[in-house]
Design a protein around this ligand. Structure first.
Ligand SMILES: Nc1ncnc2c1ncn2[C@@H]1O[C@H](COP(=O)(O)OP(=O)(O)OP(=O)(O)O)[C@@H](O)[C@H]1O
Ligand SMILES: [Mg+2]
Length: 223
């Protein structure tokens, strides 16, 4: 699979279950080594400059990665300290993001008492505290209600408008079509198509991204 994204865009990494989205994200973020090939992130080689890359990217994992027995605030302090963010700056960031994601009233609550949407929002904040210029999110809107989803999507648009880049995965194709300038559809670990969703729809003579997705990936069930 070979692809390249420009800075400053929201990119949708799309594909059926098991297509290789999470694997691709793990390789981009240095958690997995590719069997072969080269990967450059922020113009740096993942083999040589992974420390630089890790400092400038934020990765929101598909599975919630928070300590259930800690409060939301304790979790965020923990993840902020892992990034070596100075205390004053960290406190300011936490306050700002708790407000943006509507969690300021719940800062002292243990994460195990959070709803699915609250956990998702807290999971996103944990990857944002060091202000990464590239934010990679693996299904950030999975299992959340429409209110949480709108907050998350509005945040992504605002974050992009501040000059950052975003790669995100979703199974909600209507959502991806609405917020992505570019999509990369993959299947069975291979690139199927890349481009602007509206242009792709036009080229393939379909009305929407979901129809295009089914046309290109078929209807067979995936494991
Ligand atoms: N550690 C591993 N060892 C071997 N195979 C794996 C491993 N992790 C994932 N796979 C396989 O690699 C393929 C791609 O998985 P991946 O999790 O990247 O898909 P995905 O596109 O993120 O799917 P989903 O939409 O379900 O999250 C799947 O067939 C999966 O079973
Ligand atoms: Mg996945």
């Amino acid at each position: 699979m070979s692809f390249q994204f420009e800075d400053g865009k929201i990119i949708g990494l799309l594909g059926p279950n098991g297509a290789g989205k999470t694997t691709t994200i793990s390789i981009i973020s240095g958690l997995l080594k590719p069997d072969s090939g080269k990967v450059y992130v922020l113009n740096k080689d993942t083999e040589k400059d992974i420390a630089f890359i890790k400092k400038h990217i934020g990765v929101v994992p598909q599975q919630i990665a928070l300590f259930e027995n800690l409060s939301c605030l304790e979790n965020l302090i923990y993840f902020g300290k892992l990034q070596n963010i100075p205390t004053e700056q960290l406190n300011k960031s936490i306050e700002e993001f708790l407000h943006i994601f509507g969690l300021e009233q719940h800062a002292y609550k243990q994460v195990k008492h959070f709803s699915g949407g609250m956990k998702r929002r807290a999971n996103i904040i944990a990857s944002l505290l060091h202000s990464p210029s590239l934010l990679i999110l693996d299904e950030p809107t999975s299992g959340v209600d429409v209110h949480s989803r709108n907050v998350i999507l509005k945040f992504l648009k605002d974050y992009q408008q501040k000059g950052n880049s975003i790669i995100y995965t979703s199974h909600l194709l209507e959502e991806a079509e609405a917020i992505c300038e570019e999509v990369l559809i993959i299947d069975h670990g291979k690139k199927i198509v890349q481009g602007n969703p509206f242009e792709l729809n036009k080229i393939h003579q379909v009305d929407n991204l979901e129809t295009l997705f089914i046309k290109l990936t078929g209807t067979e069930l995936r494991d």
